[in-house]
Design a protein around this ligand. Structure first.
Ligand code: AMP
Ligand code: ZN
Length: 115
């Protein structure tokens, strides 16, 4: 846990979020500023700041995050219509919270390429 990290606070229960699922490795909650009818963030319980901080020792959490995304899409009823998963890494990509998170977006037609 990192002291000043918003998502660590959500993971520890110190801050509230609209929780969608959780297990021992990851949790998922609705984005506070949704960009689509379904906009869920999947995060590892462990504090990993960005994609650049993945190592062979912690990278297995990525498969847990994608399995969670798949389950969330099924729960939200968007699996077959389609959905998008996005990692933003650092400022040029628009990362604003420096605790690794996977955006799961769906429920409408999503533009491609993104802006
Ligand atoms: P990123 O721009 O990839 O770093 O995404 C960070 C996301 O976190 C944004 O889409 C924010 O709307 C979202 N966010 C920030 N604070 C909260 C919060 N307290 N609960 C849920 N989502 C949040
Ligand atoms: Zn954190």
């Amino acid at each position: 846990m990192s002291e000043d990290c918003l998502f660590c606070k959500i993971a520890s229960g110190e801050m509230n979020a609209d929780m969608v699922m959780e297990n021992d490795q990851v949790l998922a909650f609705r984005d506070i500023n949704p960009q689509a009818p379904t906009h869920v963030l999947v995060i590892p319980r462990a504090h990993i700041p960005t994609l650049n901080d993945l190592t062979p020792d912690n990278a297995t959490v990525i498969s847990e995050m994608y399995l969670a995304a798949q389950e969330i899409a099924r729960q939200e009823g968007i699996s077959e219509a389609g959905y998008r998963t996005v990692f933003n890494c650092n400022s040029a990509a628009g990362q604003t919270v420096f605790h690794l998170h996977l955006h799961v977006l769906g429920g409408r037609q999503l533009d491609w390429p993104p802006g």
